[in-house]
Design a protein around this ligand. Structure first.
Ligand SMILES: Nc1ncnc2c1ncn2[C@@H]1O[C@H](COP(=O)(O)OP(=O)(O)OP(=O)(O)O)[C@@H](O)[C@H]1O
Ligand SMILES: [Mg+2]
Length: 382
């Protein structure tokens, strides 16, 4: 079988900022592989090192250790003393403050990277026209930049990054300057644009819904480390780490001790304060060890009568039920444990009412109690 083609490969990246006592370890051995043509997102809370990783790929930061290659060629390798400067790397960039030049027209803005390279006028015209068509700004060539809407300015920034025909696009929170509605609309545009051009794209965001909506793959980062990589579906439905389960969407965590890991088609068993529950174990769990069970609010079914013949049923009392239009968002107390539960809006949910909750074993993910050695609960923000 042919080896999968990775456009960007990052190996054991180490980055520090500051000197002496001020010195902080910002990237702690980050390794990842970005398939050609994919939209790959770095997701994580503020300060986890997303921008720093991206800037290392761009050559705007010099790491202390590790290796980065683009399209099979090393652009940084600490051991081999390789360091390719930014302007020699095959990349295009759009940052949060995408700063298109206000004194220039759309055409001049997009042409700029080629103009400074003194390319022939005919080539510049052809390339600029091509990318303006791709981003849907054809016909607006002579419009002064300030007379564009926020979304159009954003597209100018994309066109300018694309005009040099880079192999990789680097986008650092490119939508965060836009208002909420336009932001959501631009998600679709970026995704469609990326598909059309089929360009390998690294997208940085701290917004989990943006990451879910747009990505082929997501790398979840925390405190300078890579926690987990997967498709939006994998990370949401079958997270392997507690941090992923809590950072991507809402989840309920129930602590316990593994009794049995189960087998291929048979769920495992975990002992919790709410009884023995069936669950699907993640890799790394061991019999007799502590674990947490993660179940999403929409995967808990509420029954008014005790259901017969079902595993994983617990009794609870509705504490709060908020009508959201498309669902009820409830808090249901199971003894001292408060579970978030989302139910169908047609099912009436009354505070004080006793209910039975079915925690479908297939949706109960058993995860290691601790994500990374030395990482405590407060660092995980759970
Ligand atoms: N030039 C710098 N000098 C010193 N520390 C820095 C520098 N740039 C970043 N840092 C620190 O490195 C860490 C990672 O920063 P980075 O900008 O990569 O985070 P981020 O994940 O992009 O966060 P955000 O979502 O807020 O943009 C932070 O603790 C930050 O304070
Ligand atoms: Mg950042």
């Amino acid at each position: 079988m042919a080896e999968k083609n990775f456009m960007v490969k990052i190996e054991s990246l180490e980055k520090y900022f500051g000197e002496d006592v001020e010195r902080v370890h910002v990237l702690k051995g980050v390794s990842l592989e970005i398939p050609e043509g994919s939209l790959y997102t770095f997701l994580g809370p503020s300060g986890c090192g997303k921008t720093t990783t991206l800037r290392c790929v761009a050559g705007l930061e010099r790491p202390e250790g590790g290796r980065i290659s683009i399209d099979g060629k090393a652009v940084f390798a600490s051991g081999e003393r390789v360091y390719v400067p930014t302007n020699k790397r095959p990349i295009g960039m759009v940052f949060q403050s995408y700063a298109i030049w206000p004194h220039m027209t759309v055409f001049e803005n997009v042409a700029y990277p080629l103009t400074i390279q003194r390319r022939p006028k005919s080539e510049i015209r052809r390339k600029v026209e091509d990318v303006l068509k791709i981003v849907g700004l054809h016909g607006l060539e002579d419009r002064p930049a300030p007379k564009l809407s926020g979304g159009q300015q954003q597209r100018v920034a994309f066109a300018r990054a694309l005009v040099n025909e880079p192999k990789v696009m680097l986008l650092d929170e490119p939508l965060s300057n836009l208002d909420a509605k336009l932001r959501v609309q631009m998600r679709f545009e970026i995704k469609a644009l990326q598909r059309r051009v089929n360009i390998t794209t690294i997208f940085v965001t701290h917004d989990q819904s943006e990451a879910l909506a747009i990505s082929d793959q997501i790398a979840v980062m925390h405190a300078g480390r890579l926690i987990e990589v997967g498709t939006p579906h994998q990370l949401y439905s079958r997270p392997k780490r507690k941090f992923t389960a809590t950072f991507l969407g809402l989840t309920n965590l129930i602590e316990g001790k593994v009794l049995d890991l189960g087998a291929d088609s048979r769920p495992g068993k975990i002992e919790t304060a709410k009884g023995v529950l069936s669950f699907i174990p993640a890799a790394g769990l061991a019999k007799g060890q502590p674990a947490v069970l993660s179940i999403r609010p929409e995967h808990i079914q509420v029954h008014k009568q005790q259901p017969q013949g079902l595993e994983n049923v617990v009794e609870g009392t509705i504490k709060e039920a908020i009508f959201m239009g498309d669902a009820y968002h409830c808090q249901i107390a199971v003894g001292d444990l408060l579970l978030a539960v989302h139910t169908h809006p047609f099912l009436s949910m009354n505070p004080g009412e006793k209910v039975y909750l079915h925690l479908d074993p297939q949706s109960c993910n058993g995860l290691p109690a601790e994500d990374v050695e030395g990482m405590d609960e407060s660092m995980l923000g759970v």
